[in-house]
Design a protein around this ligand. Structure first.
Ligand code: AMP
Length: 221
């Protein structure tokens, strides 16, 4: 089962990706996490990416396509994958189409977690993250429930970066949805409910054993 999780920053993609990963035992490929790991390790890519992430801008399509190209070729992606945070531009989506084709695969379902912009702004400012497992938590939470790490605020969740992240999403990433909608692959899910309710709808969209139903739920926008 090859899935894309689509939604604005703060829409809950990471949370649902974790649920899908443990349920179907396929890798969760989060391009933002991969870039943060490069920054942490102080690699050349990390040094280039750091100021771009801090300002809430996008890393170049060439770099991102290269990262995904290498990742999808790893043997653990053979039974399937969940991509979170890619493609974020139409050229990235076109490159992904060509890549999955080359690998003899396809995209089975695009899960769109829809959350209104005012709620995204509210969720992102003040959100805390576990530096060990990247799980996110609401403001005021002290430690990670999974591993006990002290929570921190992501550099790009600081107020000066939050608005540019939403703006670039609206400008460059919203058109990606149309790209997949044409193929009937998009399942739109209201991202405002409880985590459990959203997970239930995500599982319904991907099918009981990860065999996505033939037709995606209709989009409202
Ligand atoms: P995320 O954790 O998905 O919100 O990603 C954090 C940041 O990483 C984004 O704000 C971008 O700066 C960068 N990034 C992650 N994925 C991509 C992508 N597919 N294209 C361009 N930049 C990306």
């Amino acid at each position: 089962m090859n899935l894309l999780l689509y939604g604005a920053p703060g829409s809950g993609k990471g949370t649902q990706a974790n649920m899908l990963r443990s349920r179907f035992s396929i890798p969760h490929i989060a391009t933002g996490d991969m870039l943060r790991a490069e920054i942490q390790a102080g690699t050349e890519l990390g040094r280039k990416a750091q100021p771009i992430l801090a300002e809430g801008k996008y890393v170049s399509d060439d770099i991102m396509i290269g990262i995904i190209r290498n990742r999808l070729r790893q043997p653990d992606c053979e039974p399937g994958f969940i991509i979170d945070g890619f493609p974020r531009t139409v050229p990235q989506a076109e490159a992904l189409d060509a890549l999955v084709d080359e690998l003899g695969k396809g995209i089975d379902r695009v899960i769109y977690l829809k959350v209104p912009v005012d709620q995204l702004l509210h969720r992102l400012s003040g959100r805390l993250v576990c530096p060990t497992c990247q799980r996110t938590y609401p403001p005021g939470t002290a430690a990670c429930e999974s591993d006990g790490s002290a929570l921190v605020q992501r550099e790009d969740d600081k107020p000066e970066a939050v608005r540019p992240r939403i703006e670039i999403y609206l400008e460059k990433t919203v058109p990606v949805l149309d790209h997949y909608d044409v193929e009937g692959l998009v399942s739109e899910i209201d991202g405002r409910g409880t985590i459990e309710e959203i997970s239930r709808q995500v599982l319904e969209a991907v099918g009981p054993n990860g065999t996505a139903p033939a037709k995606a739920a209709k989009r409202t926008t």
